[in-house]
Design a protein around this ligand. Structure first.
Ligand SMILES: Nc1nc2c(ncn2[C@@H]2O[C@H](COP(=O)(O)OP(=O)(O)OP(=O)(O)O)[C@@H](O)[C@H]2O)c(=O)[nH]1
Length: 538
């Protein structure tokens, strides 16, 4: 699932964000280009507007009313060719007011003398004007002083004052005509509603305050942050993002006209510029998010459909490895995992089958081993223990005696005149007599005792934890039973007797042979004493 998410997220998000980053840069370039167009157009319009206003004022400055009025008032000693109407300041002020009335861009028109002293004005309180020390040589046509624009409290508007020289008829500088221009009239020229690209144009004074704005309702008292203004002025034509004056965050740039102490700033609402871009970006991110959720869900479902059956298979394999072969899985699917489950079940079936076969073979082998073991320790004729088993039993009993000092008694028994019986009735009858005697032995001893055929017609009985007296009683009981036994063969009734030698184990008995030897001596004594008796040697 993690792999699926990464594999989906990295390419889609990476390529998408790269493309959005390129689009953002492109949008920024386009906006910068449009803002440059706005500022350069505005700069040109401002220049044209000022030229036009300067021309209008210059025309007025060459009027005879101004020249004669100034000549009469400023230099009364000069010979005046004008009529009397232009000789007093009121007449000149009247003329100035009539000019102002014709030009709606004018707020005030003032005539000053060569020292800058007000001679007459259309306004009530004329502004004082500082004229340049020397007008340029071509002041007749080019002489123009532009006083830095500012917010004028008297007219509650931003104003720009220009001064043009007033020359006498013989081209002598007499003074100047100063016009206070209402910058509000510049507002329609800053931006063409039809042709200009989107954005607002602002004319700022030296401190960054708005003088005039293409946005009619812009707050005129707003001021651009000082550092931002300096950065804009330092890099004219280069766009920046800053806290604007028409919107909270704007993209803007500045143009600084050469001849006018103002800064023209064009700015555009950054949110509006990037609104479509942001909308598309958010939509893209939402789509990527939805894609990741879908991919994650599919990957999770796919993983679960693979991992779940695999875990069941692993669990079943673990149980088989632990010895539980009764495992069986339900195969419900038709795909590779379903096939794998079927194969697993077949494998488990085969293992179960093989295991059953092995167990059966093992059991048969154990039975055969048991038979073989029984045969290896049993005398085939009588069913008693054979000689080799007898030796092993005696060795164990001797070891036990040495360990626990619990005594045991050994009886060596021999059929009397067995050779004669053989010779008289034949070997088969002899064998049957041996078997009958062995039966009596088995019936006469306890389950914890041992009876074995020592060889020929000789038998050994080991009575565990039995004293000599008890052993003699057992020997006597056996002897008596054999004596009372009647065996019929070839129409004859055969009587059989046995002689028994009894010995008790001693601490000096190191080997079975030593015990046998002493028992053999006791048996010899019984035979020698007349047979059909038991004899004990201490
Ligand atoms: N039928 C039969 N006879 C055997 C078997 N093994 C040994 N015999 C015979 O048993 C006889 C043993 O005779 P002995 O014990 O030596 O002598 P005896 O005749 O018993 O005389 P005493 O022991 O002195 O009383 C021999 O003739 C053997 O051939 C056997 O498995 N079957």
């Amino acid at each position: 699932m993690v792999f699926a998410i990464i594999a989906t997220l990295i390419p889609s998000l990476g390529l998408g964000l790269l493309s959005f980053r390129q689009n953002e840069a492109q949008i920024s370039d386009n906006v910068t280009r449009e803002l440059r167009t706005l500022t350069s157009d505005a700069s040109r319009e401002v220049e044209l507007w000022i030229d036009k206003r300067a021309h209008e004022v210059r025309v007025s400055s060459t009027s005879s009313a101004v020249i004669d009025g100034l000549s009469a008032i400023a230099r009364p000693q000069t010979k005046i060719r004008a009529n009397s109407a232009t000789k007093n300041p009121q007449a000149l002020a009247h003329y100035l007011r009539s000019v102002q009335a014709k030009l709606d861009t004018l707020r005030e028109l003032t005539v000053v003398d060569a020292n800058g002293q007000v001679v007459a004005s259309s306004g009530v309180t004329a502004a004082t004007v500082t004229l340049p020390n020397e007008w340029p040589p071509n002041s007749l046509t080019e002489g123009l002083v532009i006083i830095p624009p500012h917010w004028d409290e008297r007219y509650t508007t931003a104003t720009l004052s220009i001064a043009v020289p007033v020359l006498s008829y013989d081209n002598l500088l007499m003074g100047a005509l100063v016009a206070v221009l209402d910058l509000r009239t510049l507002q329609p020229h800053l931006k063409s509603p039809m042709k200009s690209p989107p954005g607002e144009v602002l004319l700022l004074d030296q401190e960054g305050r708005i003088l005039v704005s293409s946005q009619i309702d812009a707050d005129k008292l707003k001021q651009l942050d000082g550092p931002v203004l300096r950065r804009l002025q330092a890099q004219p034509g280069e766009s920046l993002v800053f806290q604007g004056m028409t919107h909270r965050e704007v993209i803007g740039l500045a143009d600084v006209p050469e001849n006018l102490p103002v800064t023209i700033v064009a700015e555009r609402d950054r949110a509006e510029v990037y609104s479509t871009w942001v909308e598309l970006r958010d939509m893209f991110l939402a789509l990527v998010g939805a894609l990741v959720i879908v991919v994650a869900a599919v990957a999770f479902q796919l993983g679960r459909s693979i991992v779940g059956p695999l875990q069941r298979l692993i669990g079943a394999a673990d149980r088989i490895a632990g010895g539980d072969l009764e495992v069986r899985l339900t195969a419900t699917r038709n795909d590779e995992l379903g096939h794998l489950t079927q194969v697993f079940n077949q494998m488990a079936d085969r293992l179960r089958h093989s295991h059953a076969e092995i167990m059966a073979a093992n059991q048969a082998m154990q039975q055969q081993n048991q038979v073989l073991e029984t045969l290896s320790i049993t005398d085939s004729l009588t069913g008693l223990y054979n000689r080799s088993k007898l030796d092993a039993i005696l060795s164990d009993e001797l070891a036990r005696f040495k360990r626990t000092h619990r005594e045991f008694t050994l009886l060596m028994m021999d059929i009397d005149y067995f050779k004669t019986l053989n010779d008289t009735y034949g070997h088969i009858t002899g064998d049957e007599i041996l078997t009958a005697v062995a039966r009596i032995l088995i019936q006469s001893i306890r389950s914890i005792d041992y009876a074995a055929r020592y060889g020929g017609d000789e038998f050994i009985i080991i009575l565990v934890e039995t004293s000599t007296d008890q052993a003699l009683k057992t020997a006597e009981r056996i002897r008596s039973q054999v004596e009372n036994m009647r065996y019929s063969a070839n129409d004859s009734i055969i009587a059989v007797t046995v002689s028994i030698g009894v010995v008790q184990c001693q601490s000096g008995d190191m080997t079975p042979t030593a015990v046998f030897a002493r028992a053999d001596s006791a048996l010899y004594e019984a035979k020698h004493a007349g047979r059909n008796r038991a004899f004990c040697v201490s």
